[in-house]
Design a protein around this ligand. Structure first.
Ligand SMILES: NC(=O)c1ccc[n+]([C@@H]2O[C@H](COP(=O)([O-])OP(=O)(O)OC[C@H]3O[C@@H](n4cnc5c(N)ncnc54)[C@H](OP(=O)(O)O)[C@@H]3O)[C@@H](O)[C@H]2O)c1
Length: 272
């Protein structure tokens, strides 16, 4: 694992907010950030998992950790987040909650689950980015880390709303990268591919451990009878523009930034 910059704490401390921290990559982010000496406010729905993680973070990394059980898809999620943070100075906002638990064609579900997905991935996310980003801009320091997905590079069946929300976050992040650069605020969008977190098992309604690779292979195979002919992940995506570099393969949730396989934000030059 690559080392973080020596001034990481000065630049992104004293507090970080990690939205979607109770398991998977969010949990790994929390450990990584806390190990640098930054205090953490951790958000997810399952309060008991957050309490347990907060305890672990305090004892292992000797920093403060505040758990906040909030459903980020609800209309008051942003207000609750701001209340949980209080007067603490947030130098790093990590938006990690965002996978799609539905695993369904768009028309095969009522509209409500899709509205919830948009509320969490777009509305609450954007409000948090606006709030924390504005304060960072005033202070002339800080960072916004938005976790995305390779699904955002193009439309894809079973992922219509999910891929659309990730495309939104991708464009938002690139634009803010350009706007906030002169103010010394960093913005990073990470497009993850198949990563072995607990979410894939939920997505197909199964209990117990199963690798993402197995599930994606099986899901692709469901589209036609016979053996799956598509490589897990992307082959069923519409052939739109491809990212210049794309990570491949299944990765463990703790292989996070610093890994060579993480796609960094491509540079944008302002046109004006
Ligand atoms: N795993 C993959 O293969 C993969 C691939 C591409 C991109 N990604 C991206 O990576 C990020 C993390 O994904 P993940 O696989 O760890 O799954 P996830 O289902 O997004 O879970 C991540 C965390 O978000 C929390 N969360 C989910 N919905 C929430 C809500 N409504 N309100 C508050 N917290 C919520 C979960 O905890 P609670 O259940 O306790 O709320 C969990 O701690 C997501 O942005 C996802 O889009 C993942």
């Amino acid at each position: 694992m690559r080392k973080l910059a020596p001034n990481f704490k000065e630049k992104y401390g004293p507090w970080a907010v990690i939205a979607g921290a109770s398991d998977g990559t969010g949990r790994a982010f929390t450990h990584r950030v806390a190990a640098t000496g930054i205090n953490c406010i951790i958000i997810a729905r399952r309060g008991e998992l957050l309490e347990e993680l907060a305890e672990q973070i305090r004892s292992q990394h000797n920093v403060e950790c505040v758990p906040a059980a909030i459903d980020l898809s609800t209309p008051d999620a942003f207000d609750k987040t701001v209340t949980a943070v209080g007067p603490r100075e947030v130098g790093l906002f990590i938006s990690n909650a965002g996978s799609d638990p539905n695993g369904s064609h768009f028309m095969d579900k009522d509209i409500q689950p899709w509205l919830d997905l948009v509320s969490r991935n777009v509305v609450t996310n954007m409000r948090c980015v606006h709030h924390f980003g504005s304060l960072m801009r005033q202070r002339r320091k800080g960072g916004l880390l938005l976790v995305g997905s390779a699904a955002g590079y193009g439309g894809s069946r079973f992922m219509a709303v999910y891929s659309a929300t990730k495309a939104f976050v991708w464009c938002l992040a690139e634009s803010l990268w350009s706007e906030l650069r002169p103010h010394n605020v960093d913005v990073l969008y990470i497009a993850l591919v198949a990563t072995d977190t607990p979410f894939p098992a939920k997505a197909v309604g199964r209990e117990g451990p199963e690798t993402q690779k197995g599930i994606v292979t099986r899901r692709c195979g469901q589209q036609r009878t016979g053996k799956p002919r598509q490589r897990p992940g992307f082959r069923h995506a519409a052939p739109r523009r491809r990212p210049r570099k794309m990570a491949t393969g299944t990765r463990r949730a703790d292989q996070l930034p610093g890994s060579r396989r993480v796609r960094r934000m491509r540079s944008v030059r302002p046109q004006w």
